[in-house]
Design a binder for this molecule. Structure first.
Ligand SMILES: Nc1cncn1[C@@H]1O[C@H](COP(=O)(O)O)[C@@H](O)[C@H]1O
Length: 164
């Protein structure tokens, strides 16, 4: 597959979350690259790396991970023409307030926000599948596996009957 999904994170402390996304991409056979740059601390470096991927036709979708104040996703979205999926790491600090920095963007900036690591990778897979029939089949198989698990669970709970 001649694609590469750049996964940007704001800090190495985001690596576990990034790896969870990367693992799902790998399960779809999608190549990825992980990069670290902070919109707050190293903005020039971030834009430099983004420009490299903007010039790379394989980079058809980006994933961005930044905790606390997520400037990374909006900055990335404004700097590249491909879709950007923001998947901020989970935080319960301050009542989960971090999430709001991922939701509202200035005009002309539109990163998608997907909170679960697996789902962020799935959205990336579906975007890439638009131009990759083999990947589309893998997405279909993934959906089918979910449907089968539900059918199995349904059959199991149906056995729990009231016997009055
Ligand atoms: N928003 C932001 C800008 N620079 C780093 N962060 C995020 O802040 C958290 C803590 O970063 P650090 O390790 O640099 O303190 C990480 O989730 C990182 O993505």
């Amino acid at each position: 597959m001649n694609v590469i999904v750049p996964i940007f994170m704001g800090s190495k402390s985001d690596l576990k979350h990034a790896q969870a996304i990367a693992d799902v991409l790998a399960s779809f056979g999608i190549p990825y690259e992980m990069r670290i740059a902070s919109a707050h601390k190293t903005p020039a470096r971030l834009l430099e790396i983004l420009a490299e991927y903007e010039a790379d036709p394989r980079a058809k979708v980006f994933i961005t991970i930044a905790g606390r104040s997520n400037a990374l996703s909006g900055m990335a979205d404004a700097a590249v023409t491909a879709p950007v999926i923001a998947c901020p790491p989970r935080s319960d600090a301050f009542g989960g307030a971090d999430i709001f920095s991922s939701l509202r963007m200035p005009s002309g900036v539109a990163p998608a926000v997907v909170l679960e690591a697996e789902a962020a990778a799935l959205l990336a897979a579906k975007i890439l599948a638009l131009a990759e029939p083999a990947l589309r089949e893998k997405v279909r198989a993934y959906q089918q596996a979910h449907a089968e698990r539900l059918a199995q669970a349904d059959a199991e709970v149906r056995e729990i009957r009231a016997t009055v």
